[in-house]
Design a protein around this ligand. Sequence first.
Ligand code: AMP
Ligand code: MG
Length: 408
Amino acid sequence: MIPVDEALAIVLSHTPTLPTEEVLLTDAVGRVLAEDAAADQDMPPFDRSAMDGYAVRAADLSHAPVTLEVAAQVRAGQYPSEPLRPGQAVQVMTGAPVPEGATAVQPVEKTRALEGGRRVEFLERVETGAHISRQGTEVRAGDVVLERGQTIDPPAVAVLAAVGKGRVRVGRRPTVSVLVTGDELVDVWDSPGRGRIRNSNGYAVQAQAAWAGATVRSLGVVPDENDRIAQAVREGFASDVLVISGGVSEGVFDLVEQVLARFDVGLLFTKVAIKPGAPLVFGRRGDKLVFGLPGNPVSAQVTFDVFVRPALLRMQGARVVTRPTVQVELLEPAVNRSGRRYYLPARVRFEDGRLVARPVTTQGSADVVAHARANALVILDAPRRRAEAGERAPALLLGNFLERDGAD
Ligand code: AMP
Ligand code: MG
């Protein structure tokens, strides 16, 4: 049994970064940027008015109220033909370039148009620089605005659009085959007979892989029979990653390791000091990766999150591959007699400016309903057998953290 950090280091050291590809900006959200993106011009590209109002020389308003001649009007998209002369104002719209010589924009609310707009009265003074966004103050042409390895989110899409990148180079999506083993399993459409249960892992793992950016294919559910598993495993090697659910524990019908041996898969570990989990197979065959996840539904989801998700992100070239970790204060005691690192499903929320965590009430590793209520995993390291209420512990924030408030 190896520690979690060591196991993750092994996984990442065997994870290839996939080739990159170019996609349309409209298809780029959620992908990992494979190039530094640089500004193709200054931003703003010209001295720009941030308000509807009048471009002036601030000094001309020092004795406000004062009335000035309106020399011109500049709309967004136009460009002023003349510089601003002392004693003049130029009417400008938000986003319009201000004429050369202007040192401030006075918002229209602080003015009164006279003589049908030929003159304007300024009711107040204005500070030099007010409401003018100067050329290049956001970024300079050539500045790197987004770095390779970051996941493209909607704000990044805005940046890419602003710098003229209608096509973007991103990491290729890994392909993932999901194989579910277990004699007891029936599909989601079926009503389980006596002694049987529905396959939930297959669907959960496919969903997790999709959320990690993979293209997912299901190899279905196979019974715990060597040849049936082998046949599906062979198909699975067509993908970059094969994820197998179940059949990796010590039971008589846990056959996955045997089958992988038939395919000359180099097993890099078969047990990790993690709870929920422990039996967890990781192997490699050429540049294909194989994960054998425990069948227990919560174990499968947690081990996917801790080991498979980072691999899928790294394949796409992501710089950050693990979940954000925060320090939380436990609202209830937690016990870890396992001798393994415990990832305890919990609800985390803010209370009086601090993050607090309450473990979800669960019946154990099969309780997917309880697990779905968690928005974080509190980490209790192996030597820590008991943590009291009020103690602090690290917690991984799950993908749903921002959508799911942690209220009890
Ligand atoms: P295994 O790792 O195959 O020994 O399975 C451990 C436990 O998880 C058993 O109680 C199984 O019934 C359950 N289990 C295995 N695979 C699935 C699955 N795909 N969906 C839901 N439960 C499963
Ligand atoms: Mg099984």
